[in-house]
Design a protein around this ligand. Structure first.
Ligand code: FAQ
Length: 317
């Protein structure tokens, strides 16, 4: 990997690759700002996957049946795996996973706002699968065409697993929506609490998103925040209609002319508050991550010692 300011020829070759839809690989020369923007986005994405295990982990011991418990455990394990792929993709850009994790733990790195909301009832677990994984897929399908090879390839595998997560969430919510009046009420309450935070996952509006224009020009991002949000809404509202559930937005209406749903304005102040560390569960999430990291220190030490012993053995042979 070469990340200097670059010669005119290197810059031209990089731009030609982007224009020709060729993937940039770790050994190719790339502008330093392109590299840094990728490290920023991929590491935030990795942190989101691992912090995202916490709200769901909260319900493992309370899943209502063995079948639901197994599905939830498998999903949470998948999210941990996604974090590992993504940390590895970031490492191809010359940063270490240990440094990225330190940035998460010292509070200097961001992770998705959505994981700072509490999971109050079992219905929240279904709604996370249906809405949160649904939103993640819409975003990540576009990222499968990201110009940086290792990130795009990680996205392809992750999208396949997220599709399964979304299906299990939808099936769980359907069971509740077809259940007793109390179960229906619980499902609707979860939708009411998660709908707006899910829409905020796509980031600020295009008018105020500082990174979008450059990321789109470099083909890191293929679709804008607002474009993806609209696509998610158009896809999801008919699913809610089928379930007999409603979204908590009085302005949500189908527009016959555009063929899309019109919707109300998300509370951008709330997004800013949550992203800056003041959401309902930010402190709890970070405390849990710091505790797990401290308690796992001996595992990292043992694995490093084992790897070192293996290396010496190979050298001696
Ligand atoms: N939360 O200029 P933009 C999942 C930040 S994975 C927190 O628009 P950009 C799987 C943004 O980073 C979910 N921060 O930024 C799962 C930037 O800060 P910076 C995660 C946010 O990068 C499911 C600043 O605001 N997915 O759910 C948020 O062009 C269930 C300005 O924003 C990804 O990370 C937010 N919602 O677009 C796991 C996908 N929105 O860096 C467990 C990859 C914005 O300048 C259970 N990432 N910010 O300091 C992306 O597509 C993009 O990075 C966006 C933001 C769309 C998130």
């Amino acid at each position: 990997m070469s990340v200097s300011e670059g010669t005119a020829a290197e810059q031209a070759r990089f731009q030609a690759m982007i224009d020709a839809e060729q993937r940039v690989e770790p050994r190719d020369w790339m502008p330093e700002k392109y590299r840094r923007s990728l490290v920023r986005q991929i590491s935030q994405h990795a942190h989101s996957e691992v912090v995202g295990m916490l709200p769901e982990g909260n319900w493992v011991t309370r899943a209502p049946s063995l079948r639901r418990k197994v599905a939830l455990l498998a999903k949470i394990q998948d999210e941990g795996g996604h974090g590992l792929y993504l940390y590895s993709a970031a490492e191809t850009l010359g940063v270490s996973r240990a440094d990225l994790v330190d940035q998460l733990l010292d509070g200097s790195a961001k992770y998705s706002s959505i994981f700072n909301y509490p999971t109050l009832t079992w219905a929240d677990i279904g709604v996370i699968g249906w809405l949160v994984d649904g939103a993640a897929i819409v975003n990540q399908v576009a990222l499968c065409r990201c110009s940086y090879g290792p990130y795009a390839r990680a996205m392809e595998l992750i999208c396949k697993e997220e599709s399964f997560h979304q299906r299990q969430g939808y099936e769980l919510v359907m069971a509740l929506a077809q259940g007793t009046p109390e179960q229906i009420r619980m499902a609707q309450d979860a939708v009411n609490r998660w709908w707006w935070p899910t829409l905020m996952m796509f980031g600020p509006s295009d008018k105020t998103s500082p990174n979008s224009a450059q990321s789109m020009a470099w083909k890191i991002k293929r679709r804008s925040n607002d474009d993806l949000r609209q696509h998610f809404i158009d896809m999801t509202v008919p699913q809610a209609n089928y379930l007999g559930l409603t979204m908590p937005d009085p302005d949500l209406t189908f527009n016959e002319e555009t063929g899309q749903y019109d919707f109300g304005e998300p509370d951008w102040d709330e997004l800013r508050r949550v992203v800056s560390g003041n959401g309902p569960c930010n402190r709890e999430r970070m405390a849990a991550k710091r505790k797990a990291h401290a308690e796992g220190a001996w595992v990292r030490e043992a694995a490093t010692a084992h790897a070192e012993k293996q290396r010496r053995r190979r050298e001696a042979a």
